[in-house]
Design a protein around this ligand. Sequence first.
Ligand code: ATP
Ligand code: MG
Length: 580
Amino acid sequence: MSFVIRLKWFFKWRWSRYAVAIALMACVSLLTTIPPKMIGNTIDLIRKGGLTSSGLSQTVILLVCLSLLIYVMVYIWITTLFGNSALIEKLLRGRLLAHLTRMTPAFFQRNSTGQLMALATNDILAIGQTAGYGVMTLVNTLVGASIVIITMISFISFKLMLAALIPLPFLAIAISSLGKKVRTRFLAAQASFGKMNDHALESISGIRVIRSYVQENHDLSAFDKVTSDVMIKNKRVSILNALFQPVISLIVGLSYTIGIGYGSYLVFDDQITLGQLISFNIYLGMLIWPMISFGEFINVLQRGSASADRLEESFTQKPDMTDTDAPVAIKVPTSIEMKKLTFTYPTSSHPSLVNIFFRLERGQTLGIVGRTGSGKSTLLKQLLRQYPVDPEMLFVAGVPIEQIAMDQMKSWVAYVPQEHLLLSKSIRDNIALGKPNASADEIARVIEMASFTQDISQMPEGLSTIVGENGVMLSGGQKQRLAIARAMLIDSEILLLDDALSAVDARTESRILHNIRVERAGKTTLITTHRLSAVSHANWILVLDDGRIIEEGTHDELMLFGGWYKQQWDRQQMEASLEE
Ligand code: ATP
Ligand code: MG
């Protein structure tokens, strides 16, 4: 039942298609009861010696016409019904992706990629099957069986029908007890399939690391375990599926035995004719499919509703961040300010930022430095609103960030993350990600700004070169410069550079930073880095350690202060001069 409730919207919307398909299926069931009747009648005519050649040819022509009519009707209902099932798969996949794009990082920490892929593939497929094949089997059972039974009663014998169908209740019992088991086993199989997806994804994306540590065999044997588990779980499902068939054969066999045994007695007793007995046995044969259908229906329904539940479980997970009901409208982010900002990741017990204070006016640059793991990236991410923050700690243009519409905030921020994210598209498409209709000139300009022009001219197809999955074709420094060009293209109010130039040499870095400074005059930039020369020009520099500010000031002030910053600066200068 839960399946119908979950997909009520779809059935409501497509009810007319379903109605057509079901009506046609009913017509087909009705029409298929005619030939057995005609065969029975003909046999009775033969026995009585009343069969004429014109009568026989009439019967044959009628039978042929009937088959043609049935053919057309079956064609129409199959395409209508299975069209619905393809449609629902398409719609659900679209919804799932839309849902995923609204989710924040915490959701993806809870739900692994493999499980989400299992939802998008197997689960949605199971739902589609239920909405198509499932409906077909149900209608076959209900409509098909009742029409055959009614025909048996009205044209042949109620007593005989009753006797022949005595074994049926056992079928119902067997099916309902097996059905529940199918559901639990199917859920287990799907979960295991998700785990296998995860493993395959990790193996493929990490193949280079795995190879360099000569762990192929180890990884293969681990994968073998996972696939064995999937196989075992799927086998357990198919064992139940297989159990249906013998149960059905047994019951059908019993029905036939009763039908022929008791039917012959009725013929001898002159209660029915021989022709009727033959028609009856053909009808009994026609009941087999509805019975099998019923088993299939329970099976498909259990799988479909298990999958619908899994999907629903994902849909009901709300993003951790929701917009405020009454957002405050701001035209431009004239300042960014943190007041006593403390932040702990939802999955962590230790705060990653403690008591952060700073104020940045529009047009200024903030440098954030500190040891690895000190909280630099975490600080930048506060402006992306990926995680819930306590109120009244982070202000943009004097308004607490939680009172600003998220889309508004996102439209101001361009972010170059520390771990680059490239799509397996062309370089042009990767750069134009935030502004798909950018002109060739605009793109050329940002490429120049990111010092990326020369690299592109050496690529086989220039801007149209496909970068491969997550940019495997590019070097670390090329990926970083591509990411910078992408961020520069949208010319945002606020630019977040998270260690965005760590993989380029110092000279290229200073050229790019110079370009950024000139280009972004009047706009706000936040830079985290390990190479202090990248922030020496900043208006204000924060030095973090274990999530706290341990030093702050301009470059000159920090040099005078003589703490971590100065030590680090001197060391890096010395290293640079040694290199030269
Ligand atoms: P690096 O210089 O290596 O980039 P960082 O200064 O950017 O380091 P952060 O990435 O901000 O450091 O991490 C600060 C702390 O927060 C670390 O202790 C890290 O383990 C923790 N942390 C980072 N991301 C998460 C997360 N998604 N969930 C839980 N803890 C996290
Ligand atoms: Mg970082």
